[in-house]
Every structure is written in structure tokens, then in C-alpha cells.
Design a protein around this ligand. Sequence first.
Ligand code: FES
Length: 368
Amino acid sequence: MNELVFPNINIEKLTRWTGDVSPLECIGIKDETHNVKSFTFKSTKDAWFQFYPGQHTTLFLKIDGNDVMRTYTIASSPTRPNTITITNKRMAEGVVTNWMHDSLKVGDCVDALDIGGSFSVALDKPKSKILFLSGGSGITPMLSMTRYFCDVSMDVDIAFVHNAQSEKDLISKEELDFYESSQRDFKRHYVCDIGSGSWLGPTGFLNHEMLIDLVPDFAEREIYCCGPEPYMQNVKKILSLTDYDMNFYHQESFDIESSTAQKNMAINADLPEHKVTESEINEYNVTLKKSGDVLPCGSNTSILVSIQKQGITVPFACSQGLCGTCRTKMLDGTVEMDAQGGLLKSHEQEGYILTCCSYPTSDIVLDL
Ligand code: FES
């Protein structure tokens, strides 16, 4: 029988993990529902994970000979820093997620980007009353934040409303039930799109009456919302019927693995604003070295959008500097980049930029 190997829990003596430090080794796979699995990873160099609950990392995988990247929220809590867990759902066109479900094994290693993102209670200074609203696998950042709150015994009042397709799609139900029975101010509610024989809870899409019924004091709460785009639009529509102050509303605004996200053009996306005063707007040339194309790009337009405007297809996913999918080497020129954790420092030093959040400040040449 093998001897137990205990991880080093003296954090001060450990290196903090970044994508540069080591690949991730899969050390556990758990079925959450019939089509959702959790994958737990540790650093191959015994490094520890520092992050805010609700943040994400981007995995680099080789699938059928192609390099692919996908960004996943970390579902585990930073209070358990020796591992991170990614929980994802098999999807009809989810190339990466389906590969993970079918082919990733315990002991396999994958490369990943640094942990980043701005969707986290720990980055805001939220009210002491919080409402988590999640749809489907959008529950993962809420799980991380809930686990974090419970681990640190914070004096916070949480209402958690989770929408799933049906009872058999409820993720981490037992755990949330346990928190309701063991935590002082924690109430969870489930809503299923489709009722079934044994389901006695609310059925259908979340609506105004249901929200008032489940969380009568929702207007007093800081709201964190994550789910498919239609779910979040529905939530915003419900809130627009009330006098809820949207300054207290936060949502995870990307849904990278969905086919819609992958087929959409960044031109059509709701992109973060890049501030340039009218008098400073200049027009530059973006040269794509491999194809020889030369495109115009204003200093207030992202390079990705200017490329797509010419009908040229290049990889991208989040359009917000988060996931790293649009990473491209810049061979000449200068840009202003509003990256939000999607680029490793080492890659930046090597001359890579994220085209989705880079704005030219001179003529530039890209390795495309
Ligand atoms: S598309 Fe995600 S960082 Fe650019």
C-alpha cells in the first residue's frame, strides 16, 4: 500500500501558482449531474492558488492536433488553496468541455493561464445582504463565493436562487441544502424550467412575481448574476420593472463555451468602453504580415473589431481581455491594451497582445 503524501500547508513556504509556474495536474473527476462534471487540479510543482472567489482561468489543450483555449470559472474556494476545481457541463457543440468529459483522465496535465477576472464579491465592497442568481452552469462562480463565505464564517446574509432545466440538472444541490441547514443566514431556492413527477418547487423561467415570492427583500441586496445570455437578459428585464438600483448589480458577462459566443462577432458584442477623447482619435494601419492585408483602425476601435470589419476570421471568445483566445504576436508598433487577466506577463514581454482589447497608438504589424 502506498504511503500517504501530505500536501505542504505552510503557504509561506510555497510558491504562488501562476500559469508560468507549472501545468495543472488533474487529481480528481466527479460526476455532479448526468451531464456536469467537476475536475480538480493541483500544481505539478506544489504551488498554491491565490485568487478571488468567482475568478477564472483559461486552459490550453491540444485536441485533435489543434491548440485550443477555454476559460472556466473556478468553482472551488480560495480558502482551500492547494487545488482548484472546474465544474462544467457537456454541451452539443462544446468542443473543449466534451473533450474534458470524454478524454481527460486523473493524472493528465494541462497548461493554464493565470487566474483573473473581476466578477467577485471580494473585489467589490458589497452590502451585507447578497442575492446570487444563477442559471445552469452559471452557478460555478456562486459556488466559489458561497464556499468562501462559509469557510471564513463571514457575517453575510445570502439568498441564492438557482435555475436549472429540471430537477436532475440541479448542481451541488445537497451542498446548498447543507448550507441552508447549517449556516445562519443562508437561504437557497431552486427553480426548474420543466417540472417533473417529484418536483414540487417553482417551475418555469424566473419572473418578477417569483422573485418577489422567493426573495421579498431582493431590492435591499447586492445582486450577482451568472448564466447564459438569455437568462441574464431576463434578470435585467425583471429588475427594470422595479426600482432596483443597478449600481448594486453585477454579472459575469461572458459565456465562452456556448456556440453563440463562438459564432458571434466581437463587432456585435457589448464591449467595455475604451476611453479616448474625440480630439485624440487617430487612424492607423494594421498590417497582417502573413496575409498581406492592410486595414484601417482608429485609436478608439479594438484591433479585433477592425479585423472582423474586413470579414477576416480570427480566434476570439470573450472579447473583453479575459480569456486569452485572441492572443497574437505584435511584430511592430504600439498599442494601449485593456487586458483583464487574459495575458501572461511573460507573453506580454514576448510581444503578444490581446487584439480584442488593444487599441493602436501607431501603425502596427501583426503576425497574422
Ligand atoms: S477574446 Fe478573450 S481575451 Fe480576447
